[in-house]
Design a protein around this ligand. Sequence first.
Ligand SMILES: [Zn+2]
Ligand SMILES: [Zn+2]
Length: 258
Amino acid sequence: MSGPAFDRYGGNTICIEVRCGDEVLFFDAGTGIIQAGISLMSQTTRKLSLFLTHCHYDHIQGLPFFVPLHKPDMAVSIASAHMEGRMTTRQIIEGLMQPPFFPVGPNIFKAAVRYDDFMPGDVLEPAAGIVMRTGRLHHPGGSTGYRIEFAGRVVAIITDTEHTPGELDTNVLELIADADLFLYDSAYCDEEMQKYSGFGHSSWQHAIRLAEAANVKDIGLLHHSLLHADDDLDRIARLACERFPRAHVVKDAQIFDV
Ligand SMILES: [Zn+2]
Ligand SMILES: [Zn+2]
């Protein structure tokens, strides 16, 4: 989204960058990755790992414009699990970047690109000292949740996923247990869930229910609905903070120091 009604929270689609010491991890390649890539090129980093939650357009449409992929001195690994063997990560990217949807294929990338595949539930070690647990989420076509553990801190990224009213997803509870920062798909409010049943998204109220059950410290509400403009998100932020003081409605380019 763009325009004055979206100025304060931003209108990019999803991309999360996680720094663990010198290691750079990216999660999803929505339009947010474009600016992140430009800013990365003014830094010394020459190696990064990108993990996809899944490959719906809002999570991959920034990838062809991710500058590090076009630099010969960069090493980029791209990994996904949600297709569970039915399609590889390489096939996903080749599918995105082909005529008539896009003029050129991923063979134009100048970086050393490695494509990896894993299964939801696998435990990964993207770099020394970083343990990453993964799990299957509830979303049409599948989606993968991530729990990143580094230097005694935990960040959990849970999007896109839909909850069953009255239930707490045990996969999600395991991934977010005692997390310092829990980022969660809060596309809707509880009052909207019935209308959007089956769309594969959750609510800010459910983020709080999960956080309370799992002893989470800070919540970042993200993946905002296209229909929630700045004023709506302000209202959600106010209501969420009344119930969980360390709930944050995430803004574009917001930084959390965990
Ligand atoms: Zn999706
Ligand atoms: Zn999405």
